[in-house]
Design a protein around this ligand. Structure first.
Ligand code: FES
Length: 109
């Protein structure tokens, strides 16, 4: 398998009802992960060229859903399904973080 150009990691962590911290999973991140897979296919990006992986908690739960993209280590917070196309077009295809989504540089971007 060739080395992927990008790895998109989507926090899909969930917490039990009543837990004091919010979770990305409760804020729609499983649907977000599916949207990344669908939009990548629609964009003609071959499986393996870009990996999409769900993860446990990435840290900034209060700002979720959280997405991080490697190899550049750009973090996106409060990601909505409507943002997926922007991230794919500007970051994955265009090669630069999507400025309109204000990637969170504090977390390494
Ligand atoms: S639950 Fe997603 S960052 Fe913590």
């Amino acid at each position: 398998m060739p080395k992927p150009k990008h790895h998109i990691i989507v926090c899909t962590n969930t917490r039990p009802p009543g837990h004091p911290k919010p979770s990305c999973g409760a804020q729609g991140s499983p649907q977000l992960l599916m949207a990344f897979n669908m939009k990548l296919m629609e964009a003609g990006i071959m499986p393996g060229e870009v990996l999409v992986t769900g993860s446990t908690c990435l840290g900034p739960c209060e700002q979720g859903p959280t997405v991080v993209i490697y190899p550049d280590g750009t973090w996106y917070t409060q990601v909505k399904e409507a943002d997926v196309a922007t991230i794919i077009n500007e970051h994955i295809k265009g090669g630069k973080p999507a400025e309109s989504l204000k990637p969170n540089s504090v977390w390494g971007g």
